[in-house]
Design a protein around this ligand. Structure first.
Ligand code: GTQ
Length: 379
């Protein structure tokens, strides 16, 4: 055995389960099964992989193909009957748990002017990112927030929340992001409908932004101990301006360009305990290097066009398209335009990975940090 082969053998076999079946063993396994037990060596290599093996498939959901189907649901079901009028993103590798990627759920919700969905609360944490329309609002524990395109709002775990569109608005579509699959995996999900179906607005409209939204300033007389951001609403204009300033003040990350995390103004941490979110700016012509890390990530193109290579597959995206990067998948982003910025909104389970000590990251060393592109899916 050459040294090289020995290394491969050591990598793949040594210390790992390698027991061949025999009639005696097979009978033994059956006896164990009847006692609701099993021999670890029959499953060890599967349940303890060398590195994460995501069941999720990289997927690009093209908005120009989805939009008309989302709009069609308006004529087919009412928010009252459907509860939430949503078309969810169904990752072919995660259909059993209704996840878009990993343990994250996502869907596109549509509402017409004058419609409102009833108030409810659940253990899952949620966010929504406004894609189009005018007059959308969300009420969270009595705080009403008005929402425009590319605004992002939180409805954290346990809060009463409802959505609607003002009667003088335009049809609205937004992306929901929730940790429903994670909460279900942890068997910790509760769900309640508000006793009055709607909640009263108890504060001035957009008060959370006025109280918590001043950059670099924290209010003196407002205590906050909940494990999520009291700001709730993050507007596009100040976000984009902050990104441009940041990009102008320092060099790009080779992987992400200029990326900023949305934060809890109380402590600078992630916006919610289980879901984090970011917005990144890829300058004209930005060509990222590939890296991979643990955690599941869902991107929405807030602006511009470009492509990402995910595990060797190229996905060309444009404004409003959504794509996912599964855990430990190689990925690199490119802004195709020579003149226009591209901006990617992203939400993920990064807070979970970080808190549990499971976050790991690796840069692609080979090939100048670029993945060979294996396939080009049809558009
Ligand atoms: O608005 O709270 O897309 O509970 C799926 C489940 C949205 C919501 C979804 C939900 C919500």
């Amino acid at each position: 055995m050459s040294t090289t082969n020995y290394d491969i053998w050591r990598e793949e076999v040594a210390g790992r389960a390698n027991v061949e079946d025999s009639p005696e063993l097979l009978a033994y396994y059956q006896e164990l099964e009847s006692l609701k037990t099993g021999a670890l060596w029959t499953v060890a290599n599967k349940i303890e992989p060398w590195q994460p093996k995501s069941g999720s498939v990289p997927v690009l959901w093209r908005y120009r193909r989805l939009r008309e189907h989302v709009l069609r649901s308006v004529a087919l079901v009412t928010p009252e009957k459907a509860g939430r009028r949503v078309i969810y993103l169904d990752n072919p590798g995660r259909q059993e748990v209704a996840a878009a990627v990993g343990w994250l759920y996502s869907g596109l919700q549509v509402m017409h002017p004058g419609e409102r969905a009833s108030a409810h609360a659940h253990s899952a944490s949620a966010l929504r990112f406004i894609m189009e329309g005018r007059g959308a609002y969300t009420i969270v524990d009595g705080h009403k927030m008005t929402l425009d395109a590319n605004d992002f709002v939180l409805t954290p775990n346990g809060t009463w929340h409802e959505h609607g569109v003002e009667t003088d608005g335009l049809p609205c579509i937004w992306q929901d992001g929730l940790d429903i699959p994670l909460v279900n995996a942890l068997e910790a999900g509760f769900y309640a409908v508000h006793p009055e179906l709607q909640q009263a607005v108890g504060y001035p409209v957009d008060d959370s932004v006025h109280i918590w939204g001043a950059a670099g300033l924290r209010p003196q007389d407002v205590g906050w101990t909940k494990p999520y951001s009291p700001l709730f609403k993050y507007q596009w204009e100040p976000t984009y301006e902050a990104l441009q300033r940041y990009a102008g003040a320092r060099e790009d990350s080779p992987f992400d360009g200029a990326l900023m995390h949305y934060t809890n103004p109380v402590n600078g941490g992630h916006v919610m305990a289980t879901i984090g979110a970011s917005m990144q700016l890829l300058r004209p012509g930005f060509t990222g290097s590939a890296h991979r890390h643990t955690g599941s990530f869902l991107y929405q193109v807030a602006r511009g066009r470009g492509h990402s290579v995910i595990n060797g597959e190229r996905f060309d995206w444009q404004e409003r398209d959504i794509f996912c990067v599964p855990s430990w998948a190689w990925h690199e982003h490119v802004n195709a335009s020579a003149t226009e910025d591209a901006c990617l909104f992203c939400f993920s389970d990064l807070p979970v990975m970080e808190k549990l000590g499971l976050y790991r990251e690796e840069a692609l060393a080979d090939n100048g940090g670029r993945q060979p592109v294996l396939t080009r899916p049809a558009t």
